[in-house]
Design a protein around this ligand. Structure first.
Ligand code: ADP
Ligand code: MG
Length: 240
């Protein structure tokens, strides 16, 4: 579904991604871990072309993407993204937040978009919040709305960049459980998170990134119980 071949990215003199090879299969959950500054966000942003890599190749849904030729707006619809900070529209209520892109970007009929928004609100457990404004929601509720809003574009894959890092600890679980549910339904997901328990439970593949390089990839068991690289053990001993 998503494949990167020798993807590199520089910011000026600083190489933040170093020949990244990564394959995400349909229905798979891939969790990216690594220290702050290791390139996790940049890697995610390259996958849906919010950011462009400087070299290497990226394939989406079996086709090589050429940023000059491909329809990047279409790609960003097909590969949804959820951020640490929720970026909801403050002057629109919850239902309108979810309907916005389907109506104005995808040109869906309002009635259809509304029906879908309701379904998604039920899915994230917020059907009683349809008419309230983001300002009156908790962080966990806002993030669940952000997830519903991303799903409203009917993406083929979803990227999550530290979706629970800005939340009070007691609100983390409600967001993770929505993500677990999505995983169970077979959504293809790439998730940057520091929630190692979640990674252990949900990931098919865990990828450890250090200074822009993939140090090690494997099942949660392998990475968490038997890492083969010293760097991985070191990192895990700091976070576990
Ligand atoms: P992570 O998400 O793992 O914390 P990032 O992908 O955000 O890492 O950043 C990787 C490196 O790239 C860091 O050294 C960061 O300072 C640098 N960086 C990120 N975005 C930019 C940018 N827009 N301009 C310059 N440097 C950046
Ligand atoms: Mg980041």
């Amino acid at each position: 579904m998503i494949q990167l071949k020798a993807v590199s990215k520089w910011y000026g003199q600083l190489q933040v991604l170093k020949e990244i090879d990564l394959q995400v299969n349909e229905g798979e959950v891939v969790v990216l871990i690594g220290a702050s500054g290791s390139g996790k966000s940049t890697l995610l942003r390259c996958m849906n072309f919010l950011e462009q890599s400087d070299s290497g190749e990226i394939y989406l849904f079996g086709e090589k993407v050429d940023p000059k030729e491909s329809d990047l707006n279409w790609i960003r619809q097909e590969v949804g993204m959820v951020f640490q900070h929720f970026h909801l529209f403050p002057h629109k209520n919850v239902l309108e937040n979810i309907m916005e892109a389907p109506v104005y970007v995808k040109k869906k009929k309002k009635k259809e978009a509304k029906e879908m928004a309701w379904k998604l609100l039920c899915k994230v457990g917020l059907e009683d919040k349809a008419n309230v404004y983001p300002g009156s929601l908790s962080g966990g509720q806002k993030q669940r709305v952000a997830i519903a809003r991303a799903l409203a574009m009917e993406p083929k894959a979803m990227l999550f960049d530290e979706p629970t890092s800005a939340l009070d600890p007691e609100l983390v679980g409600e967001v993770l459980s929505v993500m677990k549910e999505l995983a169970k339904e077979g959504m293809t997901m790439v998730i940057v998170t520091h929630e190692m328990g979640f990674a252990r439970e949900v990931a098919d593949q865990v990828v450890f990134l250090d200074e822009g390089r993939i140090v090690e990839t494997g099942t949660p068991e392998k990475i968490f119980e038997h890492p083969s690289e010293e760097r991985t053990s070191q990192f895990l001993s700091q976070v576990l």
